[in-house]
Design a protein around this ligand. Structure first.
Ligand SMILES: [Zn+2]
Length: 291
C-alpha cells in the first residue's frame, strides 16, 4: 500500500511540550515546571538514543516555547534527520483563539522553528487535538501539507473536509488509545489524570493496534511525550514494541511528511473514481481515497 512495496508505515510522534504544557495552564511553580524540564533533560536523550539504536526516523511536534527554551535540543533532533512539526506557540488551544491570535500563533511557530532548523514545518498538530472554526482555512493559507489532530480514521490518511468540501490538507489521524498521556500521565491539577498504567497493559493495546495497521496496509500513528514515555520502564516498553514491529516484513519507519508525500503521490497516480460520492450519512459526501 506504500511505495516500494512497503506494507505498513510506522509514524512515531513525540510531542515535545516540555515546560509549555504547564505554562499554558498557568502552572508555573518550580516543581510543576520541572516535569517539563525532565522532557528535555532525560526524555529526549533517551528517545534519540533509542531511535539511533534502530536507525529509525520519527516526527517531533514542537511548540515555539520549547524551541526558545531548548534550541540546542531541537536543532539536534533535526540534525539527526527527524521531522519537526508545528505545535503552537505556548501550547495554546486554538479553539479558544480569535482569528488574529491564531494567525499570530501559526506565524510564530513557523518562524521560530524555521529560524532554528532552516526548514519550514510542513505538519501541524493542535496542542488540544481540536481545531477552531478558522483553523483548517488558516493551515491551508500558511501552506501546511498535513494536520495531525483529528480522529476520523485509525490506520488511513484522508483529505480534511471544510464545510463538506474536500481540501488539500491531508489528515494523519490520531487517537487517545495511541497516546501515552491518557495511559500514563498522573496529575491532580488542574484536572485529575490517574495514569500510571502498567507498561505491559499499554504494550498489549499498542501491539494489537499495530497488527491492525499492518494487516490493512495502513499507518500506525503513535503519539508520545518525552516527559511521559521518557521514564525508564516506559522507554523499555517502547523498545520492546519497536522490536516487535521490526519482526514484520516491509515495515517502514518514517516521518509524517514522508508518509503523506508517498500517500499523495499514489493518490495522484491512482485518483479515486469518483472523487466524491454523494449519499453519505446525513447527505454529507463520502471522500473516496486510497485505503
Ligand atoms: Zn502537546
Amino acid at each position: 500500500m506504500w511505495g516500494d512495496g512497503k506494507k505498513c508505515a510506522v509514524l512515531l510522534c513525540f510531542d515535545f511540550d516540555a515546560e509549555s504544557l504547564w505554562i499554558a495552564k498557568n502552572l508555573t511553580t518550580p516543581s510543576v515546571i520541572s516535569r517539563g524540564e525532565y522532557g528535555d533533560r532525560v526524555g529526549v536523550p533517551r528517545i534519540l538514543s533509542l531511535l539511533d539504536k534502530y536507525s529509525i526516523k520519527a516526527t517531533f511536534f514542537v511548540p515555539a516555547e520549547t524551541a526558545r527554551r531548548h534550541p540546542d535540543t531541537v536543532r539536534l533532533i533535526y540534525q539527526k534527520g527527524h521531522e519537526i512539526g508545528h505545535h503552537g506557540d505556548i501550547h495554546e488551544n486554538p479553539v479558544k483563539l480569535d482569528v488574529d491570535e491564531e494567525k499570530r500563533v501559526l506565524i510564530t511557530g513557523l518562524e521560530t522553528l524555521e529560524k532554528l532548523t532552516g526548514e519550514r514545518p510542513r505538519g501541524y498538530r493542535s496542542p488540544a487535538w481540536d481545531l477552531g472554526p478558522n483553523s483548517i482555512r488558516l493551515l491551508q493559507e500558511y501552506g501546511f501539507l498535513y494536520d495531525s489532530s483529528m480522529m476520523g480514521d485509525d490506520f488511513h490518511f484522508y483529505r480534511v473536509r471544510e464545510k463538506d468540501k474536500e481540501t488539500n490538507l491531508v489528515e494523519v489521524p490520531v487517537s487517545w488509545e495511541l497516546d501515552d498521556a491518557p495511559h500514563f500521565l498522573f496529575t491532580f491539577s488542574p484536572v485529575y489524570f490517574r495514569g500510571m498504567a502498567s507498561p505491559s497493559k499499554v504494550c498489549e493495546i499498542w501491539t494489537a493496534e499495530f497488527e491492525g495497521a499492518y494487516s490493512s496496509g495502513g499507518a500506525f500513528v503513535l503519539t508520545m511525550h518525552p516527559q511521559i514515555i521518557g521514564r525508564y520502564h516506559r522507554i523499555k516498553m517502547l523498545e520492546q514494541l519497536i522490536e516487535h514491529m521490526l519482526g514484520h516484513e516491509k515495515v517502514w519507519f518514517t516521518t509524517c511528511a514522508e508518509a503523506v508525500t508517498d500517500w499523495l503521490s499514489r493518490l495522484i497516480q491512482n485518483p479515486p473514481n469518483p472523487p466524491l460520492q454523494k449519499g453519505g450519512k446525513g447527505g454529507f459526501p463520502v471522500v473516496a481515497g486510497l485505503k
